[in-house]
Structure formats: C-alpha cells, structure tokens
Design a protein around this ligand. Structure first.
Ligand SMILES: [Zn+2]
Length: 110
C-alpha cells in the first residue's frame, strides 16, 4: 500500500491500492467454523454413531461428508433401515428409488 502525500488528496485511487476488508472472507471463515460445530451437535443430538469425513475443496474450503458405518465410504446421505434400524448408505442397505417415471408423476401433481 502506498503512503499518502498531500498531492494525492484529489486523486482517485485504485481498489488494488487499498487494504481490503472482505465480508466474503469473514463469512467463509465463520461458515467453516460454524459448520463443524453445527454438524457435530446435530449428530450428537441424534444419538447415533456417525463419523464425519472432510475433503478439501478446490478454493481452499472444506467439505463435510458422513462416513458410512458399514462400508466407510464418504457419502452425503445416510439412511436408517426401517426394519433393522441399521444406519448405512443406500448401497449398503440395498435401497432402491421409486422409478423415475413414478417419481415424476408425484412431483407434477403437487
Ligand atoms: Zn455404505
């Protein structure tokens, strides 16, 4: 950053010449910290043994995943089996989706 001299007073400066205080940067940092606290507390509240896995995102962030208790893969969604109450990913619990055609019909009738 340049030091100001009296002749600079009427001059227009470039944003690159100024020290930056960025809300986006603060928000990103706050989100990272809050996210971990929130996710951990949600899992504790469910009283289930679910672990989190992180992966690094391209622009320096961290992404959170569930660790499937059965296959240990990182997944975005876990399910609780209606009969066994076992927690696992869709593949481990051998769950299937309704057919796409049927799903589309339901959504269109909303
Ligand atoms: Zn699994």
């Amino acid at each position: 950053m340049k030091t100001l001299n009296p002749n600079d007073l009427g001059k227009k400066f470039l944003v690159e010449e100024c020290q930056k205080i960025s809300m986006n940067f603060f928000s990103r940092q706050a989100k990272q910290k809050a996210k971990k606290v929130f996710l951990t507390s949600q899992i504790e509240a469910m009283d289930k043994k679910i672990e989190l896995i992180t992966s690094n995102v391209h622009f320096g962030g961290v992404r959170y995943w569930f660790k499937c208790p059965l296959c240990a893969k990182k997944v975005g969604t876990l399910f609780i089996h209606p009969l066994t109450q076992q927690i696992g990913c869709r593949a481990c619990l051998r769950l299937e989706y309704r057919s796409r055609k049927y799903k589309g019909m339901l959504e269109n009738n909303k």
